[in-house]
Write a protein that binds this ligand. Sequence first.
Ligand code: PEP
Length: 251
Amino acid sequence: MRKKLLLGNWKMNKTISETKEFAKSIDTLVELAKEKDIDIGVAPVYLSLQTLKELVPETFIVSAQNCHFKDSGAYTGEISIPMLKEIGIDWCIIGHSERRTYDNETSEKCNLKIVKLLENNFVPVYCVGETLEQFENNKTMDVVKDQIEKGFLNISKEDASKIVVAYEPVWSIGTGKNASKEIAENVCAFIRSLLVDLYDKETAEKVRILYGGSVKPNNIKEYMKMDDIDGALVGGASLSVESYKELIQNI
Ligand code: PEP
């Protein structure tokens, strides 16, 4: 039985002081999550990671939004995995569509990062998903297959089961146009079938697959009922304590 996971992606939002303000309510959120038997956490900006990590209980996941695959070197503006590890971080989002769009993040590059993260005992949250044009041209499955195959290259069966996959159709992120539960389930089930082909059924059954894209307190429940959706990656609705609380309550 896969434990449900709710991960907030704060993107480039919240200063350190705003993050501290949110952290004041985390004990309540953690208590609620415990009652519901789900994992919860957020991915703040790099600057707030250490502060947040120091303020929250061990069970609350604090994730980075990105990392570099090299340990150190001439990569201006980048942050490495050992740097994250030193401050106690062991989760990292990889290949978010905003990074794929604005920062030329390819699936090949994501794979280098995923391999390195796993070597360092991190949980990678690997994002995949098609653009509106690809969706309208019935290319969703081709695009997702390519992203999954490239992202999981050279990853052992044992390591593969530790990866969290987030299916996030690009046309639904931050647009208020969430994919229907049927579309989301169909693609998440397809991702699991790809993992069966790449590894085996046992491994595929262990991987948590999230849906992301305009998930709100009023629609989260319908996704959570689906067989292959194990949680949600949430942007906008994870920013306020009230709405985060409602997300947990409605799972
Ligand atoms: C995201 O940032 O991954 C996301 C799904 O954003 P939103 O929930 O705001 O659509």
